[in-house]
Design a binder for this molecule. Structure first.
Ligand code: CAA
Length: 285
């Protein structure tokens, strides 16, 4: 199946990054969110990222304008009726995603592929909410989407070979490197990465040293581009906690117990970069 028209539901950090990746590669994109202000913020994020790429000669000014012009926005799902591929990037709530997939099932063409960018929820469960489970697949991008090369293609129990092959092809067409993985809580990257971040938070909780030090030793000792606490701030502490919760409940294994400090930070509303404060401070916060 050839993909030309793409729909993205959710205009947050991930949704806007995904819309940008497709638009830069020449695809016709419609990006949706529930409020006009959210889609406007998503478009502004795309604009800023493209400006940054243009300033570093990664894209010409003309290609930047053309990419922006390829993204239309909407606050309803109706315009998705003609899409070949839908990528869902809404909040990490199972019922929200399952309800959305039921709605997309009705609106989208019968042969359209419905992909989810979930970071840890069972794609098999999301697929089961749809009447086309064999055309549901995980298409997991990484933050910041314009920079990160990987797409984890998550093959649900129901996903067809043809759908996995199409997603592999389209991921390469937008300049990403896809790897196909069987569905399981957290897939591979988040199962490994988020557990490491949780352990770094436990080191802080136990008072081993300061946040800056924990980040510094992991940059110097493991050659990570950024330390685990700074990465948690980038991902969002609510998202990190959510993924730990999915791993803990899904595997029913205490090794995935969220750090008490992570829970406290989320309770305090210290969610990382997006709130100006997490394990580090950002902007004027
Ligand atoms: N849009 C466009 N370009 C961007 C960008 C954006 N949003 N953010 C960074 N860049 C570009 C910069 O322009 C820069 O380009 P040049 O190489 O041409 O100079 C390059 O990326 C590097 O950026 P910086 O120089 O600003 O900073 P850096 O070298 O410290 O890199 C980083 C920043 C890319 C974020 C790097 O620190 C990194 O790779 N960190 C780890 C990120 C990571 O692990 N992400 C996965 C999170 S897990 C996830 O997303 C999954 C999930 O489900 C939770």
């Amino acid at each position: 199946m050839e993909i030309q028209k793409v729909g993205v539901v959710g205009a947050g950090v991930m949704g806007s990054g995904i819309a940008q990746a497709f638009a830069v590669a020449g695809y016709d994109v419609i990006m949706a969110d529930i409020k006009e202000e959210f889609v406007a913020k998503g478009l502004a994020t795309v604009q800023k990222s493209l400006d940054r790429m243009a300033a570093r000669d990664k894209i010409t000014a003309a290609d930047k304008d053309a990419a922006l012009a390829r993204i239309r926005t909407t606050t309803t799902l109706d315009p998705f009726a003609d899409r070949d591929l839908m990528v869902e990037a809404v909040l990490e709530e199972e019922e929200l995603k399952r309800t959305l997939f039921r709605e997309l099932d009705v609106i989208c063409r019968g042969d359209a592929i419905l992909a989810t960018n979930t970071s840890s929820i069972s794609v098999t469960k999301i697929a089961a909410a749809s009447r086309r489970p064999e055309r549901v697949v995980g298409m997991h991008f990484f933050n910041p989407v314009p920079v990160m090369k990987l797409v984890e293609i998550i093959r649900a129990l129901q996903t067809s070979d043809e759908v996995c092959a199409t997603i592999d092809e389209v991921s390469r067409a937008i300049g990403k490197t896809p790897h196909t993985i069987k569905d399981s809580y957290g897939f591979v990257v988040n199962r490994v990465l988020i557990l490491m971040i949780n352990e770094a938070i436990n080191c802080l909780y136990e008072g081993l040293t300061e946040p800056e030090e924990i980040d510094a030793v992991m940059r110097l000792g493991a050659n990570h581009p950024m330390g685990p606490l700074a990465l948690a701030d980038l991902i969002g502490l609510d998202v990190v906690l959510n993924i730990m919760g999915t791993l803990y409940d899904g595997f029913d294994d205490p090794k995935y117990r969220p750090s008490p400090l992570l829970k406290q930070m989320v309770d305090a509303g210290y969610l990382g970069r997006k709130t100006g404060r997490g394990f580090h401070k950002y902007g004027d916060a």
